[in-house]
Every structure is written in C-alpha cells, then in structure tokens.
Design a binder for this molecule. Structure first.
Ligand code: HPA
Length: 235
C-alpha cells in the first residue's frame, strides 16, 4: 500500500489507463475488462485491475491537474512498477477546425506547470510522448477507422485563467488543445524510465464555443478508450 493507493504489491498491472474522473475508471473497467477487481477506493479515487483480451490492465482515476494526477502517477511508477501509462482524458480544442469528439494523440505537452518549471530550474524541458505508444495508438485508430490528429497540446494549471484569451498564443504556435495533466505524466514517466501517452477527446472547442453534450462526450470518450486498450493489449 502506498500513501494514496490501497493496493497490495502485484495488484496493479504494468499497463495503466489514467482517466481523471474516478467514475470513468469504474465505467471503463465495468465495460471492457474481465475478472475485474477494485484495488483502491482511497479518497474515492477508484482503481481497478482486470484483463482485456487476456492482457492484465489497470485503470486508475487521477483527479484533475498535475498536482493531483502527479501523486497517483508517482506512486504507480515508484511503488507498483507501472511501465506503460496512458492518460485517457478530455481537452478543449484551440484550433477552429477541430470538431467535438475528435480524438487527439499528444506528441508533446507544453505547459505552465508550477511543478515542472522549478523541477528544471526554470529551463524548458520538453515533455513528450513515447514514440512506440504513439505509433501503436495511431495504427490502432486507423485499423478501427477512428480519425485521430497528432500534435502538441498545452497542459495548464488553471482551468479558469486570469487572461481568458491566453490560448490564442498557443494556438498560433500550432498547439491543438488544452488540458491539465499530460506534461506532468510525460515528465514523471521519463524520470522513472517508463513510457507514456496522452489520448484526448475534444469536449469543447474554445474558438467556436462548441461544447459536447454528456452523450457526445461519453461515446467519443469510449472510442478513444478502445484505442488505448488495443495499445495496452499489444504491450
Ligand atoms: N481547459 C483545460 N482543460 C480542459 C478544457 C479546457 O478548456 N476542456 C477539457 N479539459
């Protein structure tokens, strides 16, 4: 048992899917995994292990933002031997040609993280995805006929930013979307010599103010989860 995860050694698979919402972790486990066991409920942040096409896979809720998700990611890597981590989350698109429900694969994560910036003394570390996972996810999406876009995203500490138009600068530099966890995930995976990828569905498009309904969010989200599970099953 680690400080924030109640699992015994060996109860968590080396491949872990990471939704922010713990109830999404439950939904993913109940929908896709066989022989499911809930290994933690500490703070309501559910974690489950089961099998997908015979491969042991875990799903762990992380909460929102790098401070919360970083706690779970650190403990998965340091205490439970996780080797392959895939964030499955939502994002706000900042390119006007993005559609609600589009699936993005984050090749790199720019950030304004108050955790990452001091980690490197204010110098710029470039958190990036593991290429083999990125390629496997791209291949799995093509095989399933699910269109995906690959590009850089921006991980912010502040959902409600002081400067509401701050995203325009990032969009002008080619960033596809904004979310709150990927840069921390990529950095911690690098620190522990593990591999990571963030898969994201567009839940809102900031320039057009389009917002997905709950049903739209759910179905697009599950397409993306299926890509992550295929990648996990092949690891
Ligand atoms: N900003 C940050 N994170 C998000 C957003 C957003 O607009 N949409 C979904 N996650």
């Amino acid at each position: 048992m680690s400080l924030h995860i109640a699992a015994q050694p060996g109860e968590i698979a080396d491949v872990v899917l990471l939704p922010g919402d713990p109830l999404r972790a439950k939904h993913i486990a109940e929908t896709y995994l066989q022989d499911v066991r809930c290994y933690t409920q500490v703070r309501g942040m559910f974690g489950f292990t089961g099998t997908y096409r015979g491969r042991r896979i875990s799903v762990q809720g992380t909460g929102m933002g790098i401070p919360s998700s970083g706690i779970y990611i650190h403990e998965l890597l340091a205490d439970y031997g996780a080797r392959t981590l895939m964030r499955v989350g939502t994002c706000g698109g900042v390119q006007p040609d993005l559609q609600l429900g589009d699936v993005l694969l984050a090749i790199a994560a720019c950030h304004d993280s108050a955790i990452n910036l001091p980690r490197f003394g204010g110098a710029t570390y470039a958190p990036c995805a593991d290429f083999s996972l990125l390629k496997a996810a791209h291949d799995a999406a093509l095989a399933k006929g699910i269109p995906v876009r690959v590009g850089p995203i921006f991980s912010t500490d502040a959902f409600y930013h002081e400067e509401p138009d701050y995203w325009r600068k990032w969009a002008a530099y080619g960033v596809l979307a904004i979310e709150m966890e990927a840069a921390g995930l990529y950095t911690l995976a690098a620190k522990f010599g593990a591999r990571a990828l963030a898969l994201l569905t567009v839940s809102d498009v900031i320039p057009t103010e389009a917002r997905a309904t709950t049903e739209q969010r759910q179905s697009a989200f599950m397409h993306m989860v299926e890509i992550a599970l295929e990648v996990g099953a092949g690891v």
